[in-house]
Design a protein around this ligand. Sequence first.
Ligand SMILES: [Zn+2]
Ligand SMILES: [Zn+2]
Length: 271
Amino acid sequence: MQNANYHTHTHFSDGSSAPEDYIEKAIELGLDSIGISDHAPIPYHAQKWNMPMSDLNRYFEYLDVLKERYVGKIRVLTSLEVDFIPNLVNPLSSFIPSNALDYSIGSIHYLGEMKNGKLFGFELLGSHLPKGLHEVFKGDVVKMVEAYYQNVRDMVQNFTPDIVGHLDRIKIINRHQKYFEEQENWYQDEIKETLQVIAQSKSVMEINTKGMYAIQDEDPYPSFWILKKAFELNIPIVLSSDAHKPDFVNTGFKEIENTLKVIGYESVTQF
Ligand SMILES: [Zn+2]
Ligand SMILES: [Zn+2]
């Protein structure tokens, strides 16, 4: 179904290895294309897992060299996973030259600011999550999840990325249904509204397998029931493993392809 992966993180952001290690692994696995999509910088906020702004030009130049080096062996594509944070950064931000990317991935990892002025990254679980939840959303999980999906919709409508990254990543805070059930009406409504916005846009929705191999027994992003709804709305899809190590370059693809066929998807988008 898909002989490529468009979502990988290297040394340039929070991945384990140099870009060429992912490319070599992709060649070994017989892929025809590999996209490098490190976390884009966030202006004024140096973050642990985002690329420093001062590395951005070197990143583009480095990937240009690799594109040349691997001609005839594999197609190397340049991308960035760009955060959407209202009034701060988005997939069309001007610090990203418009001709620099073969495609963009737009994702949400941050929701508002903590009292100390730092961005609230909801993926940092542990004590950080209750603190951010309390400081930014007064402890209201429903408000926080609604804010997440509102941001997804704003991003898709106003700063349309080529790929919408890990649509329901926010569920990482809700393991073992700690706060809510996905069948609850308000959550179903958020998903329906968000899928409708994607269906009317030029964005492609990513099926991200990271949840399946990094967190055991977890669905992909988005969950299977959301994939069924996306198919009914004719939303185009692409597979990605969100690899932070070369070994995960296409992990979970075979498994997910079988499920997608059962749902009805017969093809994926190529970049
Ligand atoms: Zn991400
Ligand atoms: Zn990623």
